[in-house]
Design a protein around this ligand. Sequence first.
Ligand SMILES: [Zn+2]
Length: 689
Amino acid sequence: MSTRRWAATVAAAVLTAGLITHPGPSAAAPPDTDSPAIELAAGQTALIRFRLPDEAAFRDLVTSGADIAARPRTTPGQVMADVVVSADELAALRARGATALRVIPSGAATTRLAPQTRAAADTLTFLQAYWWTTGGRTFLQTQVATTATDDPDVEITVTWTTADGTTGTYSLFRFEDSGEYQYHVALPQPLPAQPVQVTAASSLGGRSRAITPQLWPGATPPPLPSGYQKDFIDAYMSPTDINARIRRLARQHPDLVDVINLPNRTQGYRRTATAYLGDPAAAAVVVESVKFGDQGMNGVQVRSVDPGRPNRPLSATYRDRVLTVSLATDAAGKVISTTDDVAAFLTARYPQRFRAFVEDGSAGLPMPVAGPVTLDDGLDGTEVPKRPWTVQALRIGKVRDGSKIGVLAYSQEHAREWATPLVTLEFAERLLANYATDAATRELVDEVDVFVIPTVNPDGANYSFHDFNFQRKNLVNHCTGAARDPRYQDTWGVDVNRNYAVGSLFDGYVGASTNCLSGVYAGTGELSEAESRNVVALAEAHPNIKYSMNVHSYGGYFMWSPGAYKAEGRITLPRPSIDEQKYFLDSARRIVGAIATERGTVTWPSYTGPVADVLYSAAGNSADHLYYDLGITAWNFEVGNDRWNEATQEWEGVGFQPPFDEAHAESQEYASGLVELLRVARDRAAGQG
Ligand SMILES: [Zn+2]
């Protein structure tokens, strides 16, 4: 399939993400009021930025397994969340006091709460004070902790001073997580020049020491030589495109590349075939094939008939791909079968071929004479092979015998994050294309054993490309009973990045769900899914792997463990040692510096740190598994940083499937970050890290 087609697909996807059914005053509505024009029809889904009433509401969202895409801190004093919602979920969130601000992508709101003062003294400490310059604009970001941790109303103001004596102030907002005070923070603030001093003052009378802000990230990678080749990405890529790219790279560079077939084949882009027998708005039974639709079950017909004679039992025949259900009658010849009768009968009569259940709302109703209806799996990607998928990894290096330090980069655990395989493939291409001509690249490829899994979740990715662009999970449907109703087909599947075995839901950690319809469904058990087992299998099979990067989108984060905590007391997985935390931060600054070289994108210091602190608790994520169980220095990217809009003076989010130009830019900058990760690994192997 032409890769160019994806550009059109993306444009359509972005448009359908709009989903604003009637244009109204919303576009001009004040940013802190609900936009009533944001409405979803039944069956529609959108990524919407919400303002929540309080931190407890965010906590409830996490606990309930909501599909939280990001947690923007774009509005001082307000709790925001970007959430993928259906029409029902949108209504439920509003009923719980959430305000639907806008459909992503779009600008961010800024509203400040009036400061309140109290009489009591506190002590203030700067946790972070960093500045940087990008695109001719200087920014300052600060985090301050107050000792008045329990006072929700304490207001902290930061005053900055530049070398020529210019000063200014801005307010911080209180950041709580899981009900516990963390610190006060603000978005990066535009400044006229480099700040030379910052101080903080609180409404309780506390004052901080004067601090000299540090340059962030304060690290610059070595310059690229002239003739360095990059930009190998010209469109979004489906799993089929990605496989073709893997094959080409192996063909072009046989001395430097192995292709590894990961051991656990996925289910494939497949689904059982279903149909409603009857009218789901009145009375219906869902009939489902036991095998997948592509295994001869698509097109099978089902009907229910009145036998036209009295005292007939409920019976059925299956002949010539037509399932005929003959309903029971009474002595007067009246049909007496119920929906429950028919569902139970079919499941018992054809255990190898069909199962049936009562449509939600049709329980105990008379079974209608209906059909014929046609079973179908509903999958629209007609060109996608309907068979289990072999997930592949590229192994790149001059010495691939396990004697060199290994680095693993893996992407697209989440199907809808279309920019992420572009990052890892661009990275792989750069290593191979420049090996012959660039001595620095050659040194890295000679000294490091690189593993790349461009798409961990190809089945979900196929579904995201062809059927439902918001698909996050894989395609394995573990639901039972009425949750298998095809109306839920876009919410089935397991969240691969909640299915790992450390700090999992099953261990009592927060941020995953037991509900098979949840966006963060953890699966039936730890490592129940082929996709997660593949990542672990690759890492376990190659104990020389000492670093990993789990590439997700979006939001612009650089994160490490702990990535999960238990709700009660917010007890995280064990913290890395002080020395290790310093190493993580120092390495992160190098990699953030490399990302910034492409177009000036600076990952914020407040978004650089442990997952559980800067984003949310993600029970059962892969990086925690690799770090705690396998001793790998396991990091996470969320590519797709917010962009500064000079005209509006606001930061704006980019979303999962931005216009291709943005995704392309993300691939370039984060590939540079991965190359720097190789330098970090090489330095450790050489005893310099
Ligand atoms: Zn993700």
